[in-house]
Design a protein around this ligand. Structure first.
Ligand code: C2E
Ligand code: CA
Ligand code: CA
Length: 281
């Protein structure tokens, strides 16, 4: 039992206990599962608003768990962060994604299709990060300018808001750095010009609001896009689900979009036929 102050001992809660058991089992199975090849990577197209073509893809990990079925990252990424397994897991995703990207680039050298990979806070602070990324590029042959790394504000900035050093090293290699879920973390934007950024990814929560004019999301979204462009950064909007949202983003000069309106995340072989042609709508 746990002390909760007022009652001194919290009552045994069977539901909470089951939840903790699942979390415990999952975290104990992360590394063995990785060794058994249970983690697979899906890809979601990132589409240009001006040309309706796929410019890149974001790699999104899934866990095909032998008894619990297909698990989404929300069910295990934070566990992997807590236990440190995110480092080898993230390395696996990076290697897979770079291999796909390199294969495509070799067959379609003029396509310029980029691969975007998420980095967790723990990975950003891992001493082996630059070496891992360098090796992934070298082993697969993916040119650095076709790799984008997505980090949240809390992964880009260390203690006292100082930019994490590895980020500059990666940017100097020619890798694109994107701020993931931009606008949901720090309210202080002064870090923006101090980081070698390429892209801001506007969180789906902003794009949600575009559905309903009463939320007042329009002026926020268009101002964030203007701000990004003034800083020389590209903007990707996430979670685009309706044609109306895409229209408004296009009217605000947003560069690229990602969302169910265009394509859901899917296995690599299921999305390659979307490459190189204009997507509806
Ligand atoms: P994220 O990086 O913000 O990724 C976007 C999420 O939005 C993905 O969820 C994607 O499937 C979902 N999504 C895409 N289009 C739409 C849409 O139109 N509407 C809605 N409602 N959702 C949409 P997913 O795949 O479940 O991933 C969740 C989060 O898990 C990601 O959020 C990312 O933070 C994390 N994640 C996924 N893969 C990795 C990974 O390999 N490494 C790390 N560190 N984190 C990962
Ligand atoms: Ca992301
Ligand atoms: Ca995001």
């Amino acid at each position: 039992a746990k002390s909760d102050g007022r009652n001194r001992w919290a009552r045994f809660d069977p539901e909470r206990n089951a939840r903790d058991m699942t979390r415990y089992t999952l975290s104990a199975n992360l590394l063995p599962g990785l060794e058994r090849g249970e983690f697979r990577v899906e890809y979601q197209p990132i589409v240009g608003l001006a040309d309706s073509r796929v410019h890149g893809v974001e790699a999104l990990v899934r866990w095909a768990h032998p008894t619990l079925g297909l698990l989404s990252p929300d069910q295990f990424i934070d566990l992997a962060e807590e236990t440190g397994s995110i480092v080898p897991l993230g390395r696996h995703v990076l290697n897979e994604a770079c291999a796909r990207g390199a294969e495509w680039h070799a067959a379609h050298p003029d396509a310029g299709l980029f691969i975007s990979v998420n980095l967790a806070v723990r990975q950003a602070h891992d001493a082996g990060l630059v070496a891992d990324v360098t090796r992934a590029l070298k082993d697969t042959g993916l040119p650095p300018h076709l790799l984008q790394l997505e980090l949240t504000e809390s992964a880009l900035l260390g203690p006292a808001g100082r930019p994490v050093e590895a980020i500059s090293a990666l940017a100097e290699m020619g890798i694109r750095i994107a701020v993931d879920d931009f606008g949901t973390g720090y309210s202080n934007l002064s870090y923006l010009p101090r980081l070698p950024l390429h892209t801001l990814k506007l969180a789906g929560t902003f794009i949600d609001g575009l559905r309903n004019p009463a939320t007042g999301a329009d002026p926020i979204v268009s101002s964030l896009i203007t701000l990004a462009h003034a800083l020389g950064l590209a903007v990707t909007a996430e979670g685009v689900e309706t044609p109306a949202q895409a229209d408004r983003l296009r009217a605000s000069a947003c560069d690229t979009v990602q969302g169910w309106l265009y394509a859901r995340p899917a296995a690599w072989d299921e999305i390659t036929d979307l490459f190189g042609r204009a997507l509806p709508p």
